[in-house]
Design a protein around this ligand. Sequence first.
Ligand code: ARG
Length: 483
Amino acid sequence: MTPDASEPSFSGTAVPQPGKEPGMGQSMWGGRFAKPPEEQVQAFNASIGFDQRLALYDIEGSVAHAGALKRCGVLTEAEWQAIVSGLESLRVDVEAGAVVWEEQYEDVHMNIERQLTHRIGALGGKLHTGRSRNDQVALDMHLYAREQLWVTQRHVRALQAVLVELAQRHVTVIIPGYTHLQRAQPVLLAHHLLAYFWMLERDAARLQDAWGRADWMPLGAAALAGSTFAIDRMAVAQELGFSCIYENSLDAVSDRDYLLESLSALAIVAMHLSRLSEEIILWNTHEFGWIDLDDAFATGSSIMPQKKNPDVAELTRGKTGRVFGHLLALLTTCKGLPLAYNKDLQEDKEGVFDAFDTVQTTLSLTTAMLATTRFREDVIKRALGGDFSAATDLADYLARKGVPFRQAHEVVGRLVRHCLANEMGLLQLTVADLRQFDPRFDEDALALVEPQAVIAARNVRGGTAPDQVQLQLSLARERLQQD
Ligand code: ARG
């Protein structure tokens, strides 16, 4: 890589300048060094390009830390006041996007300290007493993960609500159900849609579970061994709304399990969204034609005027790869690390940020797309006629009359072959046709092949019979209300 002359160069110096306050005009750790880092090293080391999005969490954590420093006598009341109001003014500027982040200060923690020192003078340098960036970054990521897990769970709930609404709206619509992408047995469309509701129910629970681990408070671990100042860690945890603290300082600064659990939960959400997207893509084909996507959720082709492509669903399916990738990347980053903090851990951020962003965006787009999708009931109805999805029911009919199921299966198999040879469906069969294959078929067998009858026969708990699907719908609604 050739250095680009337009890139910012190192303007700090490792040697304290006469007349300047320590910490005012040089790198934050410059004292030990005779020269500044190589330009490329500085750029390589810096995380400010991406960790600036932790700024508000960093300030929140710093306010809590300042409180702890006051309580253990490191800060006087007046010093605490000045630091907190400096941080508050910085918070306002961060929210307004008015802070200029500088690569020479490496990361968000040192940039914020630098900004604070600019505002309140050398007193800003007292804030880092009893703290290390190691426990500080861990705290920031815990605060970030807790919030984003919660936000993601809200998105999951919104998609579940739309699925329940769609199921309710189409509660009498029957579709062919598939296994191996071959017509298998008819099911209610509502039943099919609710299958996704339950997948997402588990997703919501997994996100909640990860939240429980993100809810451990690391601050006070300092660099690795704990702080020499009497930081009341419980009080800090309470102030920040954490329900517990890490009981081991080495673990506190080294742990990224809560991020791995978050990524794992996100990867499973992404996989579910991908499966749903695949069905939307399929149903939207000319060959299926079951749905009509709203124009606002489809795109055209630059060459073929007739095209209406399901890009949102395709991209949702496509973006699954990057979410899976982030999980594997962080697992790999962590696998060989000795205790405690190692700079490798800085690599946790971009993937985690991107995974949350990607999953939240795809959840919200899928929700909006589904809410505006029209199901073409006439086409679906035509798809139901002329297939063999009642074949199991005919075999079950014979089995109820005492025919061993294997034998019944064979009889109906021959019946299907006959229909195929004569280009007819089961619905076109007469009793006389049926009796050619087995004399035990009576008039009542004909009613069994109607899709409604096939559906109604699956009246087991969790089955597709209308009563069971009604029960599911009410259970699903209860889950949403409980939340
Ligand atoms: N930017 C660092 C990270 O994201 C913060 C912690 C740095 N700690 C250190 N000892 N260099 O991991």
